[in-house]
Unconditional design. Structure first.
Length: 320
């Protein structure tokens, strides 16, 4: 009985092997192994420069959000099916929020200026371990992000790509403006890493946002969701001060209730990520004397600058 069962199993395996060796019909590439982020050389000046940067750094720089296509034959209804690979700036794993909107640039000279800025000024700032897989260079980039900012932006770090804006303005920028733009782009990438991966080392920096309400309770201004109002005397509200006195370089520009009228001023503070980002821009610019002069009357700002400068010197060296 057992011998007969063995023979039956061997016969079944042999039949499967014979069937597997039969000639396959209509085989075609699936396209699933295609590297959409590989940049090929071209006689086109823009694409040739993109290829040079890619070959030197491994970073793909795109001017279009549709980065490739492949013919996948026919769909279930017999219609031609072409798959397009598209960079979704707002992609997220669990949801999709329209944080960033943008306009592509058709100006080749503007794109070349943007590529040169990335090659000469941005990528050299970034430690290789923080290189994004790709950048999408666009004519104009707008961000709407609560506890952060609203309006035109220099860069936005998404999960699928990092969008870089102001492309159409680079050609007419001064050297100082180009230097600041490069710092803003790099800070967008680096600050995401610092906030997500090095939170413990940022604790002293974050602690500078601790404050007290008028009733004496301790709060963090990062978590304070209400406007800081000049006219508010509530015991649960902080004493009104300019945001710079509280140690912030910027306020939350996504807050539509911002008021700069004397006697009724109000604003909202930014979150941790935006705070780190704005200070990191200044650290990357490296003008210690100029920064110290500009913010001489704001000791908290100077303290936070010194903390982040020292921290980035240490972490930046570690990441090299």
């Amino acid at each position: 009985m057992r011998e007969n069962m063995k023979k039956a199993i061997y016969a079944a395996v042999a039949a499967l092997l014979v069937a597997g060796c039969g000639k396959d019909k209509d085989l075609s590439p699936s396209g699933l192994d295609r590297n959409w982020f590989a940049v090929e050389d071209s006689s086109d000046p823009v694409d040739h420069l993109r290829y040079e940067i890619y070959s030197q750094t491994g970073i793909a720089l795109f001017r279009n959000d549709t980065i490739g296509s492949i013919d996948r034959g026919l769909d279930a209804l017999g219609n031609p099916y072409v798959y397009y690979e598209v960079l979704d700036v707002n992609y997220a794993i669990t949801s999709r929020t329209e944080v960033a909107t943008y306009e592509l640039s058709e100006d080749d000279d503007a794109v070349i200026a943007g590529l040169e800025l990335m090659r000469d000024r941005v990528i050299p700032i970034l430690p290789e371990k923080l290189y994004p897989r790709c950048f999408l260079l666009v004519g104009r980039l707008d961000i709407d992000q609560k506890k952060n900012r609203k309006g035109e932006a220099s860069a936005y770090r998404g999960m699928m790509t990092t969008a870089v804006g102001r492309l159409n303005s680079i050609k007419t920028m001064s050297e100082a403006e180009k230097k600041r733009l490069a710092a803003e782009i790099a800070a967008e990438v680096i600050s995401v890493y610092l906030v997500n991966e090095r939170a413990t080392e940022l604790e002293d920096f974050y602690a500078k946002a601790d404050a007290s309400t008028q009733g004496g309770d301790k709060i963090s201004l990062y978590d304070y969701v209400y406007d800081i109002k000049e006219t508010n005397s509530s015991a649960t509200s902080p004493v009104f001060k300019d945001w710079k006195e509280y140690g912030f370089l910027v306020y939350d520009t996504s807050d539509t209730s911002f008021n700069d009228t004397a006697g009724s001023r109000s604003y909202k503070t930014v979150g941790q990520r935006r705070d780190v980002e704005t200070f990191l821009v200044e650290v990357l610019l490296g003008d210690d004397d100029g920064f110290g002069t500009t913010y001489a009357d704001y000791p908290l700002i100077l303290e936070k600058y010194a903390l982040l400068k020292a921290l980035w010197a240490e972490i930046g060296e570690e990441l090299q």
